[in-house]
Write a protein that binds this ligand. Structure first.
Ligand SMILES: [Zn+2]
Length: 439
């Protein structure tokens, strides 16, 4: 079989390897969908593949691993702006759940997923961790457009557009898991929505399936102080304590939000290897609380970064989220060294990959990994001069400066333009949904 080679020659390569090496004037060589090697630019012509390779010179750009959005509800993009400036439970019960009952079906999921995936790709995200209805539809969309995705197999207690009861959610989750196994760019995670919407019985089964199949569990946990207080009143337990009793606190769990944590809980999740998906902008916008990022980083908890859905953020820009996370950690801890620029990039790349069980495949620029890469053009006024490209990306760059995106070795964005997606078509479909929903 004929191999396909691409040689990318960026000004800087931010590897996000274990030593966080930043290389100047190195080439990254891709063979088909993988990173073959990293080599100094002046030795590149000696490579056996040089003559047949496509050479992509990006002297003004920093190349880094594609961003991993560790928590989103992609298709909710079609609800962006329908209910704002409200607290979580009012937003959810008075606006989002009724709108979902009225509007969500397979076509909604597909059109919403395309809108979100395009927005994410355009802003440097190459892998997303989703939680929504119609996971089979979302998975097929992801594979069709070439977006690496972990698709959440939603589990709830109450009826929705996707399932009637707990049994049907679990049945459909397992069926979707089997279907998704056949898709090379997509994998699945169990996605019980939250402790307050899923029973002990379902959670026990999720814990069992997750351990048998070695599949992550993706769940909102301790999003607000009210959630924790209400659970204590009803069950006598804080939600994390209940999840512990149900065998869910382990390295398969991605606990999203986690704004309310006491000292004992921090120790417990650190020891259990739980990953925390921090969604700073969604937490700020819903007034939900602040995840204690500085402390979690100190304790070695695997912290990753998510946007949440566009109905509570309201964008899906992980680069912006990196900056918010860094600033919020400093501001809330009173420590300017907390969540430094490197840690912020790790949260958005390798830590997300680790949470999703993909750290041996994506999340850093190292030989053998899949070529999920982005280039950020630093030649603009707001990112000049460049003393440190890492600080520049976290504290000064905007997502519109993402110039190139590769997912699985396929170039999806070249010189700021989509190569495969038709953004006019995607926008037209979103506008037509808005017209229906508004009327
Ligand atoms: Zn969420």
């Amino acid at each position: 079989m004929q191999h396909r080679y691409q040689i990318i020659q960026p000004g800087w390569t931010i590897t996000v390897n274990s030593g966080f090496e930043v290389l100047r004037d190195f080439a990254v060589v891709l063979e088909d969908n993988r990173i073959q090697t990293l080599i100094a630019n002046d030795a590149v012509t000696e490579l056996p593949c040089y003559e047949q390779a496509e050479i992509i010179r990006l002297p003004n750009c920093a190349l880094m691993p594609g961003l991993v959005n560790s928590h989103t509800h992609a298709s909710m993009g079609l609800f962006r702006g329908i209910a704002d400036d409200l607290p979580l439970m009012e937003w959810l019960t008075a606006h989002i759940w009724p709108a979902e009952t009225r509007w969500v079906d397979a076509q909604f999921t597909a059109d919403g997923f395309m809108l979100a995936a395009a927005e994410m790709m355009r802003s440097g995200t190459t892998c997303l961790n989703d939680m929504y209805y119609f996971p089979d539809t979302a998975a097929r969309c992801a594979q069709a457009i070439g977006m690496r995705s972990v698709i959440g197999l939603i589990v709830l207690d109450f009826p929705s557009v996707w399932a009637r009861d707990a049994d049907e959610y679990l049945h459909k989750a397992l069926a979707a898991h089997d279907e998704i196994r056949e898709l090379p760019l997509v994998s699945s995670a169990f996605a019980p929505h939250a402790p307050y919407t899923v029973s002990d019985e379902s959670l026990r089964l999720v814990a069992m399936y997750s351990s048998e199949l070695d599949v992550p569990v993706h769940m909102h946990v301790h999003e607000t102080a009210a959630e924790v207080a209400e659970a204590q009143q009803k069950t006598g337990l804080r939600p994390l304590e209940r999840l512990d009793q149900l065998n869910l606190l382990n390295s398969n769990l991605i606990a999203v939000h986690m704004t309310e944590l006491d000292e004992f809980e921090i120790e417990r999740i650190a020891e259990a290897g739980v990953s925390v998906a921090h969604c700073p902008e969604s937490n700020l916008k819903l007034g939900s609380g602040i995840c204690p990022v500085a402390t979690l980083l100190e304790r070695g908890v695997n912290l990753c970064l998510g946007t949440d859905g566009a109905a509570s953020n309201n964008d899906l820009d992980l680069l912006g989220e990196m900056r918010t996370a860094a600033l919020l950690a400093k501001g809330s801890s009173g420590n300017a060294s907390a969540c430094n620029a490197r840690q912020s990039i790790e949260m958005a790349t390798i830590n997300g990959a680790r949470a999703l069980g993909l750290a041996d495949r994506i999340g850093s620029i190292e030989a053998g990994k899949y070529a999920d890469l982005i280039a950020i053009d630093l030649s603009g006024l707001n990112t000049q001069p460049v003393y440190d490209p890492v600080a520049q990306i976290v504290y000064a760059a905007a997502s519109r400066q993402v110039s190139h995106v590769w997912i699985d070795g396929v170039i999806q964005l070249r010189d700021f333009e989509f190569c495969r997606l038709d953004s006019d078509e995607i926008v037209a479909r979103a506008a037509s949904w808005a017209q229906k929903i508004r009327s």
